[in-house]
Design a protein around this ligand. Sequence first.
Ligand code: CP3
Length: 350
Amino acid sequence: MDGPSGMTRTESPALIRVLGGEALPTPPIWLMRQAGRYLPEYRELRAKAGSFLSLCYNPEMAAEVTLQPIRRFGFDAAILFSDILVAPQALGQKLWFAEGEGPRLEPVADAARLAEIDREANQARLDPILETVRRVRAALPSGTGFIGFCGAPWTVATYMVAGRGTPDQGPAKELFLRDPALFQAIIDRLVTSSIAYLIAQIEAGVDAVQIFDSWAGSLGPEDFRRWCIVPTRRIVEGVRAVHPKARIIGFPRGAGPLIPEYIEGTGVDAVGLETDIDRRFAREAIQSKVPVQGHLDPLVLRAGGPELEHEVEAILTAFGDRPFIFNLGHGILPDTPIAHVERLLKRVRG
Ligand code: CP3
């Protein structure tokens, strides 16, 4: 709220003001995967925890890791340290991270397997993560936003069905073509559990939530409507039925020209922009509807130098005069020099 001299009295985090539709002279900035391997303090705690998942399920350590990039860089938002794949784990599926290879799950590709994992489902497995949220909330400076998240059903399902990351999401596509009822059953479980999980994160103290649909770009328009837009809308509606003012950021990575339809169809408050999106299109067809977040190429941040300066300038010119949150178009790369992140912050904050 503005005071008599234009001074801000009850300061809500810049992130939340932008999500509410305000354009700020200096956009708030945070980075996807900002707590991660490019930070020595992260690598140290990660080694102590033993595995990535033990780090995720240890509230004390996960809270510490969430706060590390806030202390070091003073980002405008913290993002809960966890992973989108804890959701299928709570649904009963075995999950592990093969060192240097990424996630592995026991694939779900038929009704018998789905029935099997159903018997193991236990949402209480996520309780330690909610405890992390409470600890971060208590430690976070008041002007810093706090973002919770889940994976979108389509993206999470691609891992559930294949049992790992895949270049073309082929196994999930084959399943929805071969047995759409079974695929729908997987999506339905994810919709229901994601609603409960996001509500729980909000009640534990996050200011906003982001729905990561990293593989949205692998679907044609019809499948995108059915498997991305509709399930995401159900999540948005489910969360808002309990928390009508919940701030929700959608990130349908790679959806490009379908993003305007995604905004209309899902009701998200803001969208994350991928690296490859055309800026003029994004400004005219997307930012004219909702606040946007993004879209610096993680490769450009890693490279640094004049190209980084040039890109930051171009992004601020394209989006800076309307509601905008500075971010990357995808997660920060593990070998990004810390000095480049510092340079980026200086440049964005003038
Ligand atoms: O942004 C953040 O810092 C918040 C925490 C977060 C992680 N993963 C931590 C993580 C979030 C929001 C995610 C989302 C996530 N996880 C997505 C969607 C966004 C995207 O990147 O597309 C996906 C597809 C996953 C699944 C996943 N988790 C993969 C494919 C991998 C392996 C790749 C990699 O970078 O190692 C992970 C592991 C993972 N998730 C790490 C981190 C910090 C690295 C673990 C380590 O320390 O070894």
